[in-house]
Design a binder for this molecule. Structure first.
Ligand code: ADP
Ligand code: NI
Length: 257
């Protein structure tokens, strides 16, 4: 059915003014499935060459986890799935640290789907807030915020954020940390380089510290940053595994076993 209509609204896409075309979504499962399928292909293609822990399988796992959490929390599954698929497409690391360029890429994709501006804003609200880095203080204001500074956090943001954080914990989180470290030529461990007690946003972006330090600077903090009950439950187990791994790592380092 051709019920495409141009709202005639001039919306800003950064410097780009467009007349947005939208197609109704509510109650239309086929249309939602089409959007998810198209976005899945776009994300697969965009992240296909990534070796920094943002590969397609990370997205796949986060999508599944986020949907599971969303079901427990009564969040909108379609919004959660779409945001989970797109959550790393705009990552600042792909845009030489430029966070706005990343957001623009996600906005452009969503606009091409001809969905309503309010849905686009909802997805962008999630993808722009999810990063762990945004919870870190700026240089000179060294006090951890623990979570996003936004006053109202929707169930959808909570589900996607918890899912992304869970994938940085446990056995998978360990694998991702060393993959990331290896890609950037970081040593596994260097006893003389201590983890930063209160790492700032700038340090997190530019650190060249050994991968083990990342456990103390991020991974072990995630358990207490979960938003949802179901996220907290899974995080507890994954956190336990991180500690078990570190215990064994240091025993082996000292040749004790
Ligand atoms: P986020 O998007 O939540 O800010 P990142 O993009 O920083 O997360 O991290 C992507 C993956 O790489 C995660 O598994 C994270 O734990 C890992 N990672 C990020 N920075 C480092 C680092 N300095 N050393 C080792 N692993 C890292
Ligand atoms: Ni992610």
């Amino acid at each position: 059915m051709s019920n495409i209509k141009c709202e005639g609204k001039k919306r800003f896409l950064g410097r780009l003014k467009t007349c947005q075309r939208t197609r109704p979504l509510s109650g239309n499962m086929d249309r939602q499935e089409e959007i998810i399928k198209k976005t899945e292909l776009f994300v697969k293609e965009t992240l296909s060459k990534d070796s920094t822990g943002h590969d397609w399988w990370h997205i796949h796992r986060v999508r599944d986890l986020a949907k599971r959490i969303a079901r427990h929390e009564g969040a909108d599954i379609f919004i959660v799935e779409l945001a989970a698929l797109l959550h790393d497409v705009g990552d600042y690391k792909f845009f030489q640290g430029d966070e706005e360029a990343g957001e623009m890429k996600v906005r452009e994709w969503l606009s091409s789907l001809e969905i309503s501006p309010s849905l686009i804003d909802k997805i962008l609200e999630i993808t722009s807030q999810i990063s762990f880095m945004h919870t870190l203080p700026d240089k000179g204001k060294e006090k951890n915020k623990k979570n996003s500074s936004a006053t109202t956090i929707s169930k959808e943001i909570m589900a996607v954020t918890d899912a992304d954080r869970l994938d940085a914990m446990g056995a998978i989180g360990i694998a991702r940390a060393f993959t990331y470290g290896g890609f950037f030529n970081r040593p596994i461990y260097e006893p003389a380089i201590k983890p930063s007690k209160s790492i700032t946003k700038e340090e997190y972006k530019t650190t060249e510290a050994p991968s083990i330090n990342h456990f103390y600077e991020k991974l072990l903090k995630l358990k207490d940053m979960m938003y949802t009950k179901s996220g907290r439950k899974m995080a507890k187990r994954r956190h336990r595994f991180l500690n078990l791994y570190l215990k064994q790592f240091f025993k082996e380092w000292k040749g004790k076993m």
